[in-house]
Design a binder for this molecule. Structure first.
Ligand SMILES: *[C@@H]1O[C@H](CO)[C@@H](O)[C@H](O)[C@H]1NC(C)=O
Ligand SMILES: *[C@@H]1O[C@H](CO)[C@@H](O)[C@H](O)[C@H]1NC(C)=O
Length: 323
């Protein structure tokens, strides 16, 4: 009896949809063809994400010396805004990494802990390439998150001691916009005003770091203050203020002490905000970044892209390993 009712209800609904579609066709409301897409944009952007040393699970999955990982959240973050991902495995020979750099339209530097050795050198080399490509007229955006942000400050100042200590491990925070800051053209440029307001009142961003830079030190350093505009600051557990979002003035480079990818895709810490507003924050950062990548004119050979995409690798679920 229950089944019979359900089926007849479905048939009834189907009948209504059918009547409507006939109405549209007979009145010729549908446009004759779709408008041509903007020829200056690349609608198939590819993002390179640099892998980080270790297995991402402090040895619970692998202790191999050469092992490196990319947290799935960064991959999905690029995908949610309409891009595909090529992993830039930092241990690969430089010539392979260079080939892969020519297959992508933008770069993500992830969070993590490694600040020296081969990893540091590879990040530094890729950062130089980002500058070179942009200087040569190719739009080539970079998003640097947490460790990525910290490494950029070390590389730009040529000072491995530029960072100060802060207490902001596994902590949700607000962001305070710098007074009179012009956000046009920055990562926050297309955020709804009401969401920007909420970010300064509600804890909508996730912090997880032991280092950072105070606004005073940042502004006092000519290398940093001439390269970047400070957009926001945040406050750690001891009420110490640090720079939390910066944007390069002459390059499509945005850097975050916080983690825009976590709100939607990370569940390891109960402190990560997952409210609808928090999800919107992630969405808007991802859309900003990939909209920059669509301006990249680099259109690599399709077959080489397919051979290098992250879909050639198997993901490993680490959520049950006590992360
Ligand atoms: C890695 O090493 C640690 C410490 O020796 C050990 O407890 C762990 O089981 C190892 N992991 C793997 C996957 O072998
Ligand atoms: C380390 O890993 C990379 C990438 O998988 C590989 O190309 C390289 O040959 C490995 N090196 C060693 C010494 O195993």
């Amino acid at each position: 009896m229950g089944n019979y009712l359900l089926i007849s209800f479905l048939l009834f609904v189907y009948g209504i949809i059918n009547a409507h579609s006939q109405l549209f066709v007979s009145n010729q409301i549908l446009p004759p063809s779709c408008p041509a897409p903007d020829p200056t944009l690349n609608y198939r952007p590819i993002i390179g994400i640099v892998s980080h040393p270790g297995d991402g699970a402090t040895g619970r999955l692998s202790n191999a010396t050469n092992v490196s990982y990319i947290a799935a959240s960064y991959v999905k973050f690029a995908e949610m805004a309409g891009a595909r991902v090529i992993p830039l495995i930092y241990t690969e020979p430089p010539e392979i990494l260079n080939q892969k750099l020519n297959l992508v339209n933008g770069i993500i530097f992830t969070g993590g802990w490694a600040k020296d050795g081969l990893y540091f050198d590879v990040i530094k080399g890729i950062f130089q390439k980002v500058l070179e490509k942009n200087d040569a007229g190719e739009r080539f955006p970079l998003l640097a998150i947490c460790l990525g942000y910290e490494l950029l400050t070390m590389i730009i100042t040529n000072d491995n001691n530029i960072l100060e200590e802060f207490s902001a491990a596994s902590q949700a925070s607000t962001v305070q916009f710098v007074e009179n800051v012009n956000i046009e053209g920055t990562v926050f440029g297309r955020f709804p005003r009401v969401l920007l307001k909420k970010m300064s009142i509600d804890c909508l961003v996730m912090q997880n770091h032991h280092f950072g830079i105070s606004p005073e030190r940042f502004q006092a350093n000519k290398d940093l203050s001439s390269f970047f505009r400070v957009l926001t600051t945040s406050t750690d557990e001891n009420n110490k203020v640090y720079v939390s979002t910066i944007q390069a003035t002459r390059y499509p480079i945005a850097a975050f002490q916080w983690h825009p990818e976590k709100n939607v895709f990370e569940w390891g810490s109960s402190r990560i905000p997952h409210s609808e507003d928090a999800i919107q924050v992630t969405t808007h950062v991802a859309n900003y970044f990939i909209s920059e990548a669509r301006k990249s004119s680099n259109k690599p050979v399709a077959r080489q892209v397919l051979d290098s995409l992250i879909y050639n690798y198997n993901p490993t679920y680490g959520g049950k390993e006590g992360l």
